[in-house]
Design a protein around this ligand. Structure first.
Ligand code: SF4
Ligand code: SF4
Length: 500
């Protein structure tokens, strides 16, 4: 299959060998789990349980609400201890509403929905409803509710379901292991999703530094002529949806458009496996494989982890810290987020927990820009990081916006390559947040303006109607005989009576 080059990109030290040859291990069920109502892009789920309730594994404990949302399910059986605020697995550490579940040690499943007997004759709504009901979100890190992406077949003409097995972030090997250990489940999930989407072709893209996964997936797909497994070049950020589509089709997704506008829908390989579980067994998403790695971890591994496990419990399962970590990151080292503490839960989008040493972070002193242009060369979006940063430093956000800062997807390549160690991506994250806030304020102002304008129009119309009513009454009094005005006067209106 012909592949197309992507713009820019870098070749960091991948360090995947620490966990890539270790088979997935399941950790014991922790005594307490913390299940946030919002583990996805969109609105938080609506709580269905209260303190003291007994629940079983797989039972829905919070229901999706609004257009973009995802349900949450109990990862084990036990008792609801509280519904309260707990620190989020985010650098801010801000509290978010969370269901606290005490395990009863039995791990008893609830009565699950019946399997969909023949998914390939079921209509797309049946499949999509099951995916929504099972709380499945993008497991590559984006955590976008998967059922919404599966609905795209209704709105757009789609050609390809593209499975993302690139896993281009250093250290992470969870998708690699899932492909090597559960290839048939991924293939089945992919065929079900392609059926729901109406795509005639499936392409599974895997970076060439995973030769075993490419071989195993190719063998598993060999019975299905509609599936192609493709080894793509090892080049960060190949795993970004837009860049993977470009590598496979040669087509560039325009800014503020979806890859679906080019006829391609992208899903992560682990998400696809979760769809297989939901459709074939009625099982919701209650656990995921997490890569636990980094120089500070004593026993790096790929761990099947119940959703809601505290990072501290997961780290302990991996032997704890061999040395004090400089930073603990949720996700990969390039796009992951530093955690405020270990007392935060693993969520559906947690692909990795990395405990990094000072040497791995390379947090060197920042110096002045030497205008080497490296950041421009590597930007996979064709942006000019040096110029955008210059505007942002002067607080000229409009200037940065004109240069396309909102198209930056924070891949971190520019920061990684900068010899002056300028934290460029931090500038862009700040600018994007500030510009989004401004946009929200602007549209709030616009809404107020529209409200005031429509109120003025309404009042003017009411005054006009009143004038017209009074004008209609006037001829009667004008025609009245002199001295008989009282008889000609119309009966007072309710309003006039009230004012009397
Ligand atoms: S890579 Fe760093 S030093 Fe080089 S031009 Fe960009 S900001 Fe300046
Ligand atoms: S972080 Fe943004 S500006 Fe920097 S290389 Fe990535 S996309 Fe380009």
């Amino acid at each position: 299959m012909k592949l197309f080059p992507i713009l820019g990109g870098i070749h960091p030290d991948y360090r995947k060998e620490r966990t890539s040859e270790k088979a997935i291990v399941a950790m014991p069920m922790p005594a307490t789990l913390y299940i946030p109502l919002q583990q996805h892009i969109g609105a938080p789920a609506e709580v269905l349980v209260a303190e003291g309730d007994l629940v079983r594994k797989g039972q829905m404990i919070a229901r999706n609400q609004g257009t973009v949302s995802a349900s949450q399910h109990a990862p084990t059986s036990g008792r609801i201890k509280a519904v309260t605020e707990v620190a989020a697995p985010h650098p801010s550490g801000l509290p978010q509403m969370t269901i606290v579940l005490e395990s009863d040690g039995k791990d008893e499943w609830a009565d699950l929905p019946e399997p969909i007997a023949d998914p390939f004759t079921a209509d797309m709504h049946t499949i999509n409803d099951r995916v929504a009901q099972s709380g499945i979100v993008g497991m590559g890190g984006a955590a976008f509710p998967s059922a919404i992406k599966l609905n795209l077949g209704e709105q757009k003409k789609l050609e390809i379901l593209l499975l993302n097995g690139a896993e281009c972030e250093p250290y992470l090997t969870c998708d690699d292991r899932v492909m090597r250990e559960y290839p048939d489940e991924i293939i089945d999930g992919a065929r079900i999703m392609a059926h729901a989407l109406g795509t005639p072709r499936i392409v599974i893209a895997i970076e060439q530094n995973k030769p075993q996964a490419i071989g195993i997936m190719t063998k598993a797909a060999s019975a299905f002529p509609e599936i192609r497994v493709v080894g793509v070049p090892v080049q960060y950020p190949m795993g970004s949806e837009r860049h993977l589509v470009q590598a496979i089709t040669g087509r560039e997704t325009p800014a503020r458009k979806l890859t679906a506008d080019l006829g391609v829908v992208v899903h992560n390989v682990s998400t696809t496996r979760a769809v297989h579980h939901a459709v074939r067994f009625g099982r919701p998403l209650v656990a995921r494989v997490v890569t636990v790695s980094g120089g500070a971890i004593r026993e790096p591994n790929n761990v099947l982890t119940p959703i809601g496990t505290l990072v501290s419990d997961l780290v302990e399962f991996c032997g704890g810290f061999a040395v004090r970590p400089e930073s603990v990151v949720n996700g990969g080292p390039m796009m992951g987020q530093p955690l405020p503490s270990l007392d935060v839960p693993v969520v559906k989008g947690t692909s990795g927990i990395l405990a990094l040493t000072a040497e791995e972070i390379n947090d060197s002193q920042t110096s002045s820009c030497i205008r080497c242009g490296n950041c421009v060369t590597v930007c996979p979006c064709g942006l000019s990081p040096i110029d955008m940063a210059s505007f942002i430093r002067k607080d000229k956000l409009d200037g940065a916006a004109k240069l396309g800062v909102m198209d930056c997807f924070s891949c971190g390549s520019c920061s990684w390559v900068c010899p002056s160690h300028i934290p460029l991506v931090h500038y862009f994250n700040y600018a994007k947040g500030a510009l989004n806030d401004l946009e929200r304020e602007r549209s709030k102002g616009d809404r107020v303006k529209i409200f005031v304008e429509s109120r003025t129009v309404r009042l003017e119309r009411a005054a006009e109607a009143k004038r017209a009513t009074l004008a209609a009454r006037k001829p009667a009094s004008d025609n009245a005989a002199p001295g008989n005005a009282a008889e000609a006067k119309p009966a007072p209106t309710t309003e006039e009576k009230a004012n009397a």
